[in-house]
Write a protein that binds this ligand. Structure first.
Ligand code: URA
Length: 260
């Protein structure tokens, strides 16, 4: 294997023999840095190549953890995840943001995805469309247990994981004047199907977990309430993200290495 993977900008040799096998994967490079600064010790900046910031550090119990960046959407995530697995990562928790499509899930809460309705092109290059986009069940339960322990308002269920933030999530207040017919009404249909939220990465992550054989989980802070509005509720963002991060970190603290 080449010493540095092309996109993530680091390789096994940069991991200093830590045997790190767990990654917290944020869409936003600033969130990856925040996780490292706030929760990890002895942090090493592995790379900030292409905005795919990656940091290696240690939890308070000494467990090595990577805080990495997927970028936005499934194509970018698929590249990063492939390279993370090449350097030895075997558990990936996506720590993201999402829009609720259920009235009882307000901004500020977190959603833990048990599975995804995967409407993503990148996933079609990895597995057939019918292939289940299922989170690792043990990791999902561990995330829910950690959320309960921290008193974080959380919801466990199915996520709609789609390729676009605007059209695919039925946003009509955008630069595109024409929302395709098949997308009009889709949010209400998903709501009736008991889908909890929209986001843009978990479906492909879960399918990759199944195909490659690693444990994938996803927790997202709710930053939009789509039963009320198309807009992001900026005031809720920091609490939602802080909660999602805290739960993901607690999960790694509570679960013995190997279980996660
Ligand atoms: N991320 C999404 O994909 N959708 C939202 O509404 C908010 C965050």
């Amino acid at each position: 294997m080449t010493s540095k993977l092309y996109h993530i900008g680091f390789g096994v040799n940069d991991l200093q023999g830590t045997g790190v096998s767990v990654a917290l994967l944020s869409g936003d490079p600033d969130r990856a840095r925040l996780i490292a600064e706030r929760y990890l010790h002895n942090v090493v900046r592995l790379s900030e190549n292409r905005g795919l910031n990656s940091y290696l550090g240690f939890l308070q119990n000494g467990r090595p953890v990577l805080s990495a960046t997927s970028g936005m959407g499934a194509p970018s995530l698929s590249i990063v995840v492939n390279e993370l697995v090449q350097v030895g990562i075997r558990t990936i928790i996506r720590v993201g943001t999402c829009g609720s499509i259920q009235a009882h899930i307000p901004p500020g809460d977190v959603v833990i995805s048990s599975a995804a309705l995967c409407r993503q092109g990148a996933a079609l290059d990895i597995a057939p469309v019918e292939y289940p986009a299922a989170a690792d069940p043990f990791l999902t339960v561990a995330l829910a247990r950690a959320a309960r322990k921290l008193g974080v308002p959380h919801h466990v269920g199915i996520t709609a994981s789609v390729d676009t933030f605007y059209e695919g999530q039925e946003r009509s207040d955008s630069a595109n004047p024409h929302l395709l017919r098949w997308l009009r009404g889709i949010t209400e249909e998903y709501r009736q199907l008991n889908i909890l939220n929209y986001e843009m990465e978990s479906g492909t992550l879960f399918k990759m977990g199944g195909v490659y054989g690693f444990a994938a989980g996803c927790i997202c802070g709710v930053i939009a309430q789509r039963t009320a509005s198309e807009n992001v509720v900026l005031e809720a963002k920091s609490i939602a993200v802080d909660r999602a991060i805290a739960v993901a970190v607690q999960t790694l603290l509570d679960e013995p290495a190997g279980a996660t």
